[in-house]
Ligand binder design. Sequence first.
Ligand code: ADP
Ligand code: AMP
Length: 222
Amino acid sequence: MNVILFGPPGAGKGTQGALLAERLGIPRIATGDLLREALRQGTPLGQQARTYMEAGELVPDDVILGMVREALDSEAARGGAIFDGFPRTLAQAEALDDLLRAMGRDIDAVLVLEVPDDVIVKRLSGRRTCSGCSAVYNIYYDPPRTADVCDRCGGVLVARADDNEETVRRRLEVFREQTEPVLAHYQRTGRPVIRVPGDRPVPEVQDALANALDAVSRKTVA
Ligand code: ADP
Ligand code: AMP
């Protein structure tokens, strides 16, 4: 399956995408994670992306598309992928259509996580990520057993530089202005677009997403 997990920053795409990837046995292609890894490694691509990310603006399409092309070429993604944080512009969505078409594949579903802005701001102010294994926690909703220490690997938990309130507000604006209109493209081209309330406990949201995908698969088979 090729599934797009769509929603504003902080909607829970990473959290839910990791669970879905495990459930479906396909990789999650998260452009934000790929960019942060490039930043950490100090690659030219990372350097190019840094100022955009720090300001909460979108990184140019050509940079993103190069990364996605490479990720889709990998052996692991032959059976499909979950796209998280991508596409974020109409140009990215059209390029993804072309890429998949060339591989004889298509988007099977667009799952939209809906979460109110005030919840997003609180979630992102409490998000902590492990600097070792990238596991995601929340000091309000899903705290680690010991403050600032990862339960899984003992790594140090850090807040993302772009999770400060000012940048979060800008990222939300960018989402409304540049990313939300991408949904119209999927509706226009007849792909299933399914909206799921994201302001529920993690397992409940996961069940709703899995049920939505089951319904899509049943329709495809019938
Ligand atoms: P995104 O990938 O969409 O930016 P994340 O999955 O990183 O979002 O989630 C943002 C923050 O909200 C994280 O700290 C995560 O632990 C927390 N979170 C995710 N889903 C839920 C939920 N259903 N209820 C409460 N907190 C959540
Ligand atoms: P995320 O981890 O998805 O919240 O993304 C963090 C930041 O990375 C965003 O605010 C953008 O600056 C950049 N980014 C991630 N994915 C994309 C994308 N598909 N297109 C443009 N910029 C992106």
